[in-house]
Design a protein around this ligand. Sequence first.
Ligand code: BGC
Length: 749
Amino acid sequence: MAKQANRYLEVDPWKVIELGFHQERNQVSESIFSLANEFMGVRGYLEEGTDCSSLQGCYYNGIYEWGKENNPPYKGIVKRSHYLVNGLNWLATKIKIDGKVLDISKSEIQDFKRELDLKDGSLSRNFTLINEKGKVKFEFLRFLSMTNVHNSFQRIKISSDYQPNLEITLALDFNNKHWGEPGKWQIEKKDKLLIVGKTKTTGQYLSGAMKVETPDSLLFETFEEEKAIGLSFNFNLENEITIDRFVSIYVDKVGDKKDEIIFNTSKNLQEVDDFDKSLLENCNYWTDFWKHNDIEIEGDPENQQGIRFCIFQLQQTYHGFDPLNNIGAKGLTGEAYSGHAFWDTETFCLPYYLYTNLTVAKDLLLYRYHTLPQAKARALMLDCVGACYPIATLNGHEACALWQHASLQLQPSTGVAYGIYHYYQVSKDFKFLVDYGLEMLLEISKFLLSRGQWNQDKSYFGYYAVMGPDEFQMMVNHNAYTNFMARKTFLFTLEVLEKAKLSSNKSYLEVLQKTDFQKEIIEEIRTAAKMMYIPYDPKTELFEQHQGYFNLPHQEITSIPLADFPLYNNWSYDRIYRNDMIKQPDVLMFLFLYNQDFPLSVKKANYQFYEPRCIHESSLSPSIHSILANEIGKRKEALSFFGFATRLDLDDYNRNTNEGLHLTSIAAAWMNIVYGFGGLRSDGDILVMNPSIPSIWMKYSFKINYLGNNIKVTVTQNQVKIESNNSSPVAIKIWNKDIILVDQYILEM
Ligand code: BGC
């Protein structure tokens, strides 16, 4: 593993702290100090502005623009992409001290501290400015409400040892740039302290209103610019002052409720007036959240901080506020990946929700159900039938303009099928399976049947011209992952069809009608599954990543200099593809997903072969490696990958955190504890646990909710304790022993 940590933040169990302003890493810090509440997200930028490199990003889930329409010469290439657009900057602030603009990158400052508090979800930033007359101390605080997601808050506290003249403006500003270009927002309304913007191509509305609390004596003026409104103050500071800003924001994603959201924005603003009370409410939200979801690690402060940061960011980004939202690969923390959701959602994020909040997990799958029409349209564009789910999307339409990815990657479709399977394994929600799952499965299977092909003598079926999870192998035949996952999808579809038929559930017939079900498809699916080609050598127990992979030129990855990462910035595009170097787990990926289908020896053989060829250029990679390393007994390696996974952004391992957080690999870090060290497996009918503990840890614990039971697993060097709140007895297989967990089960190691 050639990648290395680039640490500059303090290690603390409940906080992320930057001491001293790291100007050259400002954009990295902005990503790390991001706040979100699913409805909106805001990067941790300096609200007063700075000339040093910065991305003042404020993103609103589901508020996007269409890109320019292209006319690609080939059928199937996306004509028009779409992207999450940088929206209303509700924190816009300008400060002049004795006539001079405050920009800490150009001023003498001391005691700079930026701090994200994982216990109350607030971000604070303090520093003291030194000028020829004396010192001026600034304390900024902001948070987004988790209980009323329309509310956001800013506090500015200023004190001084002399009486500086201060000019302060607080604005609601639609001038935020997107990828460095001026935004496209059209202003629809400005009314005192309320402003409404409209996206240009999608016609969506975003309305924001603010009020400010200051000492009574402070005079202010309102102002209006083309795309901003606000308040300004000009006064001589005596001792200290606190200014609290309350902002209320609503969006209309469809574009036909402008008046309604304006009304709601104002009404909501009237109801909020106590900064400290609102902060306390947030704190209570997070206290309750941690009570049920904390992961504790004793003896490893770096990973303790890392895993809490991951859980915090994931929960902030998505917690089931709106079933039409999904989880972007960068969440709401940056513009890279354009806010798009990928196959990451079902493959890497879903498990966290399956074990913390099943309703939310179901919402994620319903998102795919609601976007089935777009997936069906996409299949037709690719000269197939059924449903082809997009590799990257916000609104269900394929948004990836790189045709190799959009047309050749089938893992979003098999990923949705896997998500349905996994949800059912954990929830046993048969109603969902028949009402929604079956329709998706049938459409996905139709797509897979039409996209798959027979070899010339018709002795096997499989996928030609595909790209598996390893995006460094661009267009290959019989990628083992794709073929294996397609076979699993087929088999599961048949199983659900059979079960639904037997249940005489009334939606069953409706689904058959909706999907234009023809009996012959059963045989087609069965044959394709049976004849699916899976490149495997029983002698070596190795799966060949794709036909011909074993014969590719070898690239020694330890010889790649650190400065070459990320490779996509430093190597020519084609150079990456001409060897056996792997970007992320591919064979190892399906060995993880359907873990219980394979004996340990197969996992060992494939791990030992593929891990040394993998450069983990995808942030999704380390956790999966850690989980498998742990299973095959490579404990040290497992811990080292875990550190890479939990601190990927905190330590900027991939040198691209400036672009935004790796939200979906953050979810994989959660799996790393529960599936890795906890050894949980849920790809069977019964929950399996094989806990282990790294030798440097004294203790760790995690909590899951399973079949209505809150279960806590605590592991020390010599004991595993599993506690349940006992709403019903739970069958678990632990270290190959079947137990019925009632209230507590203790095993000595
Ligand atoms: C990975 C994909 C992933 C995407 C978004 C890419 O770098 O190769 O597997 O879906 O990032 O996280």
